[in-house]
Design a protein around this ligand. Structure first.
Ligand SMILES: *Cc1c(COP(=O)(O)O)cnc(C)c1O
Length: 390
């Protein structure tokens, strides 16, 4: 078959035909334990009965209704999100990058609205990833992602992740907000240092800035709390979420306090597909399952067990592993050498994982995994590391 796809991905020829819980099956029927979840997307695993049932119901009803009308499930989902975090207002998008575009617009419009439109600069952090649109590329600041796509969107300044001093020094009369992932995903499962979110909160308050979190990857139960920032008990003014929210259905959201989104009145923002009935059915089902089945406790318990076992593996393979990072079911194994070829070995042994910057392999299993999945994964990881490079 000729391949007419734009070759922006280094794709494996592997193609998955079926999925069941934490497992995927390729076209030859080979079974894989899925410890990447499509990069933190398939939060309930594959073919979850509740998701299937809710989407089947939705598929018999109108697939699309314009946002010029009331979409009852959209209001329900917004209310559910608001009940469970700092936010008072929600805008639905189709992806993480779009959620961040909305976040950036909320910030700029807030300062415009209070007659301080000179304040539009957002401070971001090295190692960040915020998406592939022009503004989110600028926010992420990654040179190889930006190359050839200039001119770079103005309004973003970057400082080292976790640097207390620089965060303070960089603030001037054009500073509008901080934008940070409480746990960096693509950057290599890097958690903010203790006290850092509190520091940024204080700086934001003292300088009349907005504090913004990108929880596209670390949110929706992944870090052992519904939202990762709840670990540190520091709330933002605006937050972007996506990935795990739809359990595999495309959806994102920008959540804000009423004060910070005061400028977002009728006509200031929009999306044809954002908040569509199918996405709402999926996300309502995901949130209901997370809350009703107490998956957060499962993430916390499984995450602790997995991290402890990985630390033991790290001691055993101390010549190859540098450290174990992360929390909940957002864990990273940092290697001394580039582990790309190890990802291949793991794949051949039936375990799907995904790499990240900084010589890290990410483990992002579905939130529904149990002890037997942990054991299976750990056995494969142990054997693969022994085989790798020997
Ligand atoms: C994946 C990701 C995004 C971008 O989401 P898309 O849905 O790919 O646009 C933004 N921020 C973080 C932290 C992510 O992990």
């Amino acid at each position: 078959m000729i391949n007419s796809l734009m070759p922006t991905y280094n794709r494996s020829s592997l193609s998955f035909e079926e999925g069941e819980g934490a497992y995927l099956f390729d076209s030859k029927g080979k079974k894989y334990l899925d410890f990447m979840s499509g990069i933190a997307v398939s939060s309930l695993g594959h073919s979850h009965p509740k998701l299937i049932a809710e989407l089947k119901k939705a598929i018999e009803k109108p697939w699309h209704v314009s946002n010029l009308f009331t979409i009852v499930d959209q209001t329900k989902l917004a209310n559910k999100l608001v009940e469970n975090c700092f936010a008072e207002s929600v805008f639905f998008t189709n992806s993480g990058a779009e959620a961040l575009e909305c976040l950036i617009k909320v910030v700029r419009k807030y300062f415009y609205n209070i007659n301080q439109s000179d304040r539009f600069r957002i401070i971001t952090f090295e190692g960040a990833f915020h998406g592939r649109t022009l503004a989110t590329l600028a926010a992420g600041g990654k040179k190889n992602h930006l190359e050839g796509f200039g001119p770079v969107v103005d309004g973003f300044d970057q400082i080292p992740f976790g640097d207390f001093e620089k965060a303070k020094e960089i603030i001037n009369n054009t500073s509008a907000a901080f934008l940070i992932e409480p746990i960096q995903g693509e950057g290599g499962i890097r958690e903010v240092p203790e006290g850092y979110l509190k520091h940024l909160k204080k700086l934001s308050e003292d300088n009349g800035m907005l504090l913004c979190f990108d929880e596209v990857q670390c949110g929706i139960g992944r870090a052992g709390k519904l939202f990762a920032h709840q670990i540190w008990d520091i709330v933002p003014d605006v937050m972007a979420i996506a990935k795990g929210l739809g359990g595999g259905f495309p959806i994102g959201a920008c959540l804000a306090t009423r004060k910070s989104c005061q400028g977002m009145i009728a006509g200031t923002h929009g999306s044809t597909f954002g908040g569509n009935p199918l996405a709402m059915a999926a996300a309502n089902a995901v949130l209901d399952a997370i809350i009703e089945d107490d998956l957060i406790s499962n993430v916390d318990l499984m995450g602790r067990k997995l991290k402890d076992s990985l630390k033991k593996l790290a001691s055993k393979h101390y010549t190859k592993i540098e450290e174990i990072r992360g929390t909940g079911l957002m864990l990273g194994i940092k290697f001394k050498l580039n582990p790309d070829s190890l990802v291949e070995v793991l794949l051949n042994r039936g375990l799907l994982v995904v790499g990240a910057s900084d010589n890290v392999i990410r483990l992002l299993p579905p939130l529904v995994i149990n002890d037997s999945h942990l054991k299976e994964a750990l056995d494969i990881i142990d054997a693969a590391i022994s085989q790798w490079g020997s």
